[in-house]
Design a protein around this ligand. Sequence first.
Ligand code: ADP
Length: 494
Amino acid sequence: MPQKFQNYIDGLWCDSSDMGTFENRNPANWNDLIGTFPLSTSQDVDRAANSAANAFKKWRLLPAPARGEICRKAGEIMLLRKDEIAAIMTREMGKPLAETKGDVQEGIDTAFYCGTEGRRLFGINTPSELPNKMNLSFRVPIGVCGLITPWNFPMAIPTWNIFPGLVAGNTFVFKPAEDTPHTANILVEILIEAGVPQGVLNIVHGAGTTVGAAIVEHPLVQAVSFTGSTKTGKTVAEQCGTRAKHVCLEMGGKNAQIVMPDADMELALHGVLWGAFGTTGQRCTATSRLILHEAIYDSFIDKLKSQVATLKIGDGSIGGNQVGPIINEKQRRNIERYVKIGIDEGANCIIGGSIPKGADLENGWFFEPTIFTDVTPNMTIAQEEIFGPVLSVIKCTSLEEAIEISNGVIYGLSSSIYTRDINAAMVAVRDIEAGITYVNAPTIGAEAHMPFGGVKATGNGHREGGWTVFDFYTEWKSVYIDFSGHLQRAQIDN
Ligand code: ADP
């Protein structure tokens, strides 16, 4: 019998209200059934939202440093369980163990960062325009927050939201991606052990169109944080818009690495290998475009091709494998579709492009690391997010052209430039339209205490990570204290 996992609502582990379940399978070996999870209903979401609303009444009154202390403890438990959690995550998500350990580490970093933030959460005080009057402003929690997360960072992304949201005094209804529910349950277990009270954190598993939509639509849910595809993000934003709810969106990317002729070529090569093919290209910050200056175009491509040929594809739980499987069949079909479009539009597939052969690969959703050259900036594979190990190489003749190509997409999440010329680097930092720009480093590698998010169609102006995430998870309260003993009329008596 497969292991049966449950929802956690109002302090109790429970099944879906109609007992429905779905399967969670290993993407590196679909015969490996990890377990079944509740295919929940809108009734389950309703119970979770009510439980979070009740719990909020007390939770908001617990001092923020005490709420932070719970996060710190959660970080300590995660540290002790790091290897075990990474193994569970690799089994359900596919990326190699070194990467899932990194994913847990990002959760630990966020826990420790947010834990201490409970002692800051600074407000701002300004002078009053009237005598004997004091003006204060400080952050207050919002209430019940809905959290809808994707599968590519099953630990990091939930912790980026839950830890700061809890420290700020909010409660949660959390719906993780259907492909990575086990990691999400572990996070809930850890927070229970760390001392999160009944009702403060609820997890409801199931389909996006039922559970996700019910969270977004529920009247008790005041704010929604969503990370996922642009298509679904827009639907979530529309639903939140008609209900006047706060919404934080983290959606697609089409990130480019620029390499100038004066760059350290070995460094740039290692950067693009990690940026494009790490996590099998399934990161929102993955390098999906490589913009090469014409002076180094041919030589760089030659070296890159021979390096890519050595990448070891396989089950991420086996040491030495560098490129794990694609998350599921639907996603692999989508990648195959883009490869065909690339070929049809005239790009040159110089390596990869197919499902790899091999006895150890035949039961998993693997796909070869793929490079297209002779890509022009307007081709579909240079414009649309593929979310797989597919790199489009574009030639440029100048820094200005490289930046123009980098900016010539609807998205603006991450970006990178390799150059030894400080002036070129500074122009790129100034002119690239992206939430994140790396100099002499790949497009991936966010740190927990820095703002994370993108411009243009990537997001809606909010940032996760660092101090900026608290802007989403709090409201401002302005307080005027008049100790003059008589009526003072602002704008009239001064
Ligand atoms: P992908 O599966 O490509 O990562 P999605 O945007 O479909 O991207 O999924 C991201 C998260 O959004 C998942 O947890 C998914 O279940 C959820 N989701 C999907 N459709 C909806 C929807 N209509 N409303 C709310 N959440 C949804």
